[in-house]
Design a binder for this molecule. Structure first.
Ligand code: ATP
Ligand code: MG
Length: 236
């Protein structure tokens, strides 16, 4: 089976000419289909830099990155944008919803870019909102009319509609209280089991990381450990 992510000696140096910052230092990591991987590590250890490269939002300075067997370095900007749209789903700490746009229209957005017709879009969006546990009337509401947990559910629905092979979540519960964090993590677990999607998630919270099967710890731009979660954390 082809690995979803194959990172080989990835390095990232910011400001190489003025004041170089080595954000990633020869990071190698392979993620197989269906894995649920948590990433932890101190602030500044390179977690988001790594996620941005894996999400094709940024390129490594050196090393090789294969997404589903394809060398990302060989792809043009347009091809990378296509991959972001069609193969990847993104979930952020701050939800990143369009504020003047209803929940349903936020969820429809990736499908507009993918060229899916209006009727089908609407159906898929409503089904995705239901899948993430939102009531039908939520579809018409604006993000400002929703709780943080509901907004994150909308963002997860948006990440799902193009049936991504990989979901990248950078601190998805970072802005939520602990009860809502548990609800969101239970949702991620259910989605992962039902859709067999691969998830890579950054978190600072051990009880959130415990929902993943595998825990990768970053330190100073390198991977300090890579272990089954059960070995290092109590299960939730
Ligand atoms: N665009 C940039 N330009 C210059 N330096 C950057 C840039 N982005 C990140 N860095 C630096 O790279 C290092 C890694 O940052 P990164 O954001 O990946 O850390 P992180 O592990 O996600 O931290 P946090 O837990 O605070 O989110 C830090 O030293 C940071 O200052
Ligand atoms: Mg970060």
């Amino acid at each position: 089976m082809t690995a979803i992510v194959r990172a080989i000696e990835l390095s990232k140096v910011f400001n190489p000419d003025s004041a170089p910052v080595v954000a990633l230092d020869r990071v190698s990591l392979t993620i197989e289909p269906g894995e649920f991987v948590a990433v932890m590590g101190p602030s500044g250890s390179g977690k988001s830099t790594f996620m941005n490269i894996i999400g094709c939002l940024d390129r490594a300075t050196s090393g090789r990155y294969e997404l589903e067997g394809h060398d990302v370095a060989e792809l043009s900007g347009d091809q990378l944008a296509d991959i972001r749209r069609n193969k990847l789903g993104f979930v952020f700490q701050s939800y990143n919803l369009l504020s003047r746009t209803s929940a349903r229209d936020n969820v429809e957005l990736p499908m507009i870019y993918a060229g899916i017709g209006e009727r089908e879009r609407r159906q898929i969006a409503l089904r995705a909102l239901e899948e993430v546990g939102l009531l039908a009337r939520t579809a018409q509401q604006l993000p400002s009319q929703l709780s943080g947990g509901q907004q994150q559910r909308v963002a997860i629905a948006r990440a799902l509609v193009n049936s991504p092979i990989l979901i990248l979540a950078d601190e998805p519960t970072g802005a939520l209280d602990s009860k809502t964090s548990v609800e969101i993590m239970e949702l991620f677990s259910r989605i992962q089991q039902e859709r067999h999607v691969t998830i890579l998630m950054v978190t600072h919270e051990p009880h959130v990381a415990a929902y993943a099967r595998r825990l990768v710890r970053f330190l100073d731009g390198r991977i300090a450990s890579d272990t089954p979660t059960a070995q290092t954390l109590a299960t939730p």
